[in-house]
Design a binder for this molecule. Sequence first.
Ligand SMILES: [Zn+2]
Ligand SMILES: [Zn+2]
Length: 270
Amino acid sequence: MRDGLELIPLYSSSGGNSTLIKCNGSCFLIDCGKNCKQTEAALMSVGVLPDDIECIFVTHGHGDHIAGVDVFVRKHHSAVLATSVTHRKMREIATKENPASKYITIEENEIVTLDCAAEVMALPTPHDISGSVVYKIKNLITGKTVAVMTDLGTFNPAMEGFSKGVDAILIESNYDPVMLRTGPYPYPLQKRISGGRGHISNDECARQVKRLYDSGTRKFILGHLSPNNNTDEKALACTTDYMLQFGIKAGRDFELRTARKTGPTEGFSV
Ligand SMILES: [Zn+2]
Ligand SMILES: [Zn+2]
């Protein structure tokens, strides 16, 4: 698609996250949290050459979002945009100097305009590493918007305002509370995940999907599912059942799917 805006998850889970955004013929990524080879393979399988990735917007310094950034940009010369704290974190784990790529700082609440007539907005999140942001992308030609919102900690009023009325969203549905409580994780880690600076549960996600639906959003991808504390079935059922209480049916009134953990998921065009 030359004109328009597309959101395509390349892989999404606590084991690695990357989302491809296509806007008016240009391609960029949000995060690159598996290695370069896996990211290249995911891109090729959706028909995009890795060399065509103009830039990578990085949300925060956790490994499942930055693991592949350094090697990918050294090989493909994409620019990297992140908050100064996240840039520092990436420099710490970089193996070599990289003079070929551009490193651009995008601070919390800043808006960057790309040559492809895309506006990218960064919103800070209360996640448990400083410098964490989520991104919303607006096609300046059509006015359509998409957002990638994971690693949220909690869905606060600023995030509600930020995501209001987006045309499509990849939203975190990280854990099933019962699986987390009864699963293999030690208690302190359970507290970290479910605390206000960790991740949001299927139930919190379902409530946000309803709010977003009320604001006009109709295309949802549930992402960043925990491989240990969630299943696709539980995440989907939680949101579908919650929406049904209001007479709103997935597949009829809105589109809903989960993002695959290891490969691309059918995306949304808006
Ligand atoms: Zn993460
Ligand atoms: Zn994180």
